[in-house]
Ligand binder design. Sequence first.
Ligand code: C2E
Ligand code: CA
Ligand code: CA
Length: 560
Amino acid sequence: MQELLERKKGLHRKVLIVDDEFIEREMLGAMLNDLYEIGYAGNGREALDMISSEKATLSLIILDLHMPELDGYSVLEAIRADNEMRRIPVIVLTSEKEAEVKSLQLGAADFITKPYEMPDVVRARVQHAIELAENTVIIHETERDELTGLFHKEFFFEYGKRLDMQNDNMPMDAMVIDINRFHIINELYGREYGNDVLKKIGDRIHDLVKETGGLACRFDSNGFYIYIPHGHDLNKIISDGLDKINASLVDSNISIRMGVFEDDGNGLNMEQRFDRARLACNKLRHSYTTCFDFYNEELHSKELHEERLINDMEKALAEKQFKVFYQPKYNITGDKPVLSSAEALIRWFHPEFGMVSPGEFIPLFEDNGLIQKLDRFVWTEAASQIKRWNDEYGIYLPVSVNVSRVDIFNPMLGCILTDLVNINGFTPEKLLLEITESAYTDSSQEIIDTVKGLRNNGFKIEMDDFGSGYSSLNMLTSLPIDALKLDMKFIRNICENKKDSRLVEIMIQIARLLEVPVIAEGVETKEQMELLKSIGCDIIQGYYFSKPLPPEEFCKLFRN
Ligand code: C2E
Ligand code: CA
Ligand code: CA
């Protein structure tokens, strides 16, 4: 760009004159050599050699059509076919009117007729052709991403909208492409490698746009948007595109995901189309098996429903639509099962949707941080419930609460929990903390430090969903935990599936090694309970004993 601007100021431009007739070459040269640096070539072949070795610096080519060996048309064609030479403007020297059409079709910028016109006219034509070409390059460079040659997103949307207007809002399809885990690729293999990946994908997108008459941009560091007229076979385009991209990225484990909005005749505008394609693409973020998906109405209503839940959350808290239920855990190591603690589980009684399950809203609230507020509400409720039961029944029943991974990054976590037990006048080991195994594997050191701090304050930690994360034995032995809670999925088929029962036995052995008790949740039948007891499981939670209950029902269990 800088170089271009300097050249624009008239610093230094080189013009190549290609003519087999010495006199003509020299005459033309004489008209221009006070303004430009002039190079000469006496035939087409010589000219092409010079052009290709000086393609970065040439400002203009003046080309005679009739030459021996390689004529002017062939030179023009060769220039057009080369990505870099193509930007150099060509003025054709001719004496025949018919030649003009053909040269124009081959991309000539202008003509100078033989015998030559007045020198001033020739000079004006030369200057004009150079200026025009340079302006085009400047525009091209500001509009386009340097690396891939695709539009920047601002120009993309501007041209896209213009295209829509000019074509009477014809139906258009929208595609969003993201490269999975691109920042990791950059980190692992270096920026240059990352750039190469972007370029290769960019090249495929150029092809696609050419074939379909569409428009594309590099949207951000790892994503592309493509806008194409509706009516193409999208399934074929996508599978061909994916094949080509995968073929050009062979030796890498790079993968892309693609969200597609296919025009549905509802007259959406460009932005709305891309919002929908983006939604379809984002839904694939956590999928390892699917690499493209079409937007559909179901996805949209799910999105709207999720929006509603997120928007309603604060009001729901204020209006007490959330209730904490308690599910008992029984110690089965003795002759008779003994109630040993409970897990606090949130329930949402939504005025419109009825009971909404935490499986539905917890992940949403984890994504945007709302979970911290909700968890704090549950902890507060659970702590006062522990006190209330003690006041009424004279027993301290420990209650476990779920601590989401987002909570762990709150530096005030220890203070919040300690305050809660102090206010209610009991010791910290009665408020058990469940932390899911995958939280440890995601960001181990930070979590380990926080959890160590909590234990130093007297809290007991249960590792939830054990077996679903990827803790190594080595890591487990260094983790600060007080109980292992097996992931429910191992219990479901434990009586039918020998492999599952073997796995549970192994997990129980690990717990023995760590000298912590094992809790099995999701236990629904007597057979499951007995099997678990026979292989050494200590504590059981599940429908076999009881579903999660509101506190006023839970307290009936104290009387048994
Ligand atoms: P989780 O912590 O693994 O909780 C166990 C889930 O298993 C609960 O589902 C419980 O109702 C269910 N369950 C218990 N016994 C059985 C059984 O015998 N059979 C079957 N099929 N299911 C059983 P729930 O209450 O729907 O909660 C789902 C998840 O939502 C919880 O999984 C937990 O991760 C999250 N969650 C619930 N309450 C809270 C909360 O207050 N805070 C946070 N951060 N997460 C919560
Ligand atoms: Ca739990
Ligand atoms: Ca669990």
